[in-house]
Design a protein around this ligand. Structure first.
Ligand SMILES: [Zn+2]
Ligand SMILES: [Zn+2]
Length: 71
């Protein structure tokens, strides 16, 4: 079971690619805490390496979190 599909375009994915060659979706996402890259990291609930909750990191909403910072 080494094969999988791109979570965005469902294109067959394989190899060590970091991005989908079909739609450009990023497959390998870096944990903001430990820096370890995991494939489809945003689908995880916790970082398999350091245990940081993925939802907290907000892979897609990091810009929104920055805006909340008090200047
Ligand atoms: Zn894709
Ligand atoms: Zn981590």
């Amino acid at each position: 079971m080494a094969s999988f599909k791109c979570p965005k375009c469902q294109a067959p994915a394989s190899g060590e690619s970091d991005f989908c060659p079909q739609c450009g979706a990023r497959w390998n996402v870096e944990c903001s805490k430990c820096g370890k890259s995991w494939r489809f990291f945003y689908q995880h609930k916790f970082c398999p390496k350091c245990g940081e909750p993925v939802a907290k990191q907000g892979a897609k909403t990091e810009s929104a979190q920055v805006k909340h910072g008090k200047a």
